[in-house]
Write a protein that binds this ligand. Structure first.
Ligand code: GLN
Length: 445
């Protein structure tokens, strides 16, 4: 079914970079036999999944949508990919994205952009734009994305699907190509909240191969979906309603009324450091990226420039040819922020701002169970309308970035339409309390 949809729609959508058709059909046949034998079935048995192309897959091309890795066939599976195999889902292919996950529209893919299935002239969001578009278009039953500053939630919101960024440390990043290591998290993009609970169940858990992996007990997420949200205390940050599209604000207010009618209570609060989040994020994420991407030197991975004169020339040429403009911009910004004489003024200052932002969340969660607000200030914008304006593009992340800096979990679910385009509602939870946001979002859905 997934391949039939791909045949019908993929030419217009562009969600995939690599298809795994032969592998998927062989796996499906193996699962059919297993079903016939009446054996125990995996949690995600037979469900077709797409994986963002920054997660390494043994023998299956993994490009990060970069020319630099256009010939890279990994020799191992990342932990999440192994877990998907254990759960017996069927890998359909690798999904398009912004190059190295840097972007918010999928237009930074160095292969081709992705189009939003709701309106082909609009972006699907990014950087997990291929993941969200594939699920929205039925080209996969569900997908994995990664979120550093909003890259699961923002495309989920633009494409009218569910996206969950788990708590930092809940899902192993072993085998995820690093962008900003203190922020990167892998999570589900699905059609509904229940599927997100099952997919999270399959991928969460401690992994000794990731030094930031948390040793916490993993609850049964699906059993949290009781429908009972009576008495849950919701905080609505006033900063999250300022400057958002009036139709989005109206839709969020409507959602709050519905939650109230289901027995939850809500109050307006302030997260006073919200306005500094985007600036701090772009310094921190770019600094970490400049360091992480130094491994792409033309020697160890991917493409090597021809005709280089010597070693330095080889680095220079390979990096000049291999990276696209946004990636170069981030490497330059990050290198500058980390350099002697500027470190204290930029990188260190941004770290301090990050602490203040985290404190805003800690204080709010002393009194409330969940924070609710819009996922994005606008709906999906026109393809090409922001590519020449990185600052405007960066500001699209204003409502998702604070969560990433605080490391807490957040879920985006569809909550209506503005001029025919989906709107996303964001449920933000306490660290490792995915169960409560899943429960609330499931009752709302
Ligand atoms: N749009 C943000 C950025 O460009 C977030 C990306 C992400 O979460 N990977 O950095």
């Amino acid at each position: 079914e997934a391949f039939a949809k791909i045949g019908e729609r993929e030419e217009r959508i562009g969600a995939y970079l690599t298809l795994n058709e032969a592998g998927a059909r062989a796996e499906a046949a193996r699962l059919d036999d297993k079903l016939a034998r009446g054996e125990d079935l995996g949690l995600l048995f037979g469900l077709p999944i797409g994986v963002k192309d920054n997660m390494v897959t043994e023998g299956l091309r993994t490009t990060c949508a970069s020319q630099f890795l256009s010939n890279y066939d990994p020799i191992y599976d990342g932990t999440v990919v192994s877990k998907l195999k254990q759960a017996e889902s069927v890998m359909i292919g690798k999904l398009n994205m912004d190059e190295f996950a840097m972007g918010g529209s999928n237009e930074n893919s160095s292969f081709h952009p992705v189009r939003n299935p709701w309106d082909l002239n609009r972006v699907p969001g990014g950087s997990s734009g291929g993941s969200a578009a594939a699920v929205a278009a039925g080209e996969a039953y569900f997908a994995l994305g990664s979120d550093t500053g909003g890259s699961i939630r923002q495309p989920a919101s633009y494409c009218g699907v569910v996206g969950l960024k788990p708590t930092y440390g809940l899902v192993s990043r072993y085998g995820l190509v690093a962008f900003a290591s203190s922020l990167d998290q892998i999570g589900p993009i699905t059609k509904n909240v229940e599927d997100a609970a099952y997919l999270l169940q399959a991928i969460a858990g401690y992994d000794p191969k990731d030094s930031t992996s948390a040793q916490v007990d993993i609850p049964n997420y699906a059993s949290a979906l009781t429908g009972d949200i009576a008495g849950l205390r919701i905080a609505v940050p006033k900063e999250y309603l300022e400057g958002v599209d009036p139709q989005i604000k109206a839709s969020v207010m409507e959602a709050l009324r519905l939650l109230e009618s289901l027995g939850a209570v809500w109050e307006e609060v302030s997260l006073p450091h919200t306005e500094y989040a985007v600036a701090a994020y772009y310094l921190l994420a770019s600094s970490e990226a400049s360091s992480n991407l130094s491994r792409f030197d033309g020697v160890r991975y991917g493409v090597r420039a021809d005709h280089a004169g010597g070693l330095l020339d080889l680095y220079h040429e390979s990096r000049s040819q291999g990276f696209g403009p946004e990636v170069k911009r981030r490497i330059m910004l990050g290198t500058y922020a980390l350099s002697s004489g500027y470190y204290d003024a930029y990188y260190l200052k941004a770290q301090k701002v990050r602490t203040l932002i985290k404190r805003d969340f800690d204080q709010t969660f002393e009194k409330y169970d969940v924070i609710v607000g819009p996922t994005t200030p606008t709906t999906a914008f026109q393809l090409g309308s922001q590519v020449d304006d990185p600052l405007t593009m960066y500001l699209n992340d204003i409502l998702t970035i604070p969560v990433s800096l605080a490391g807490v979990p957040a879920l985006s679910v569809p909550c209506g339409f503005a001029d025919g385009l989906p709107i996303g509602l964001q449920f933000i939870g306490k660290a490792f309390d995915e169960s409560t946001i899943l429960r609330l979002a499931h009752a709302f859905e």
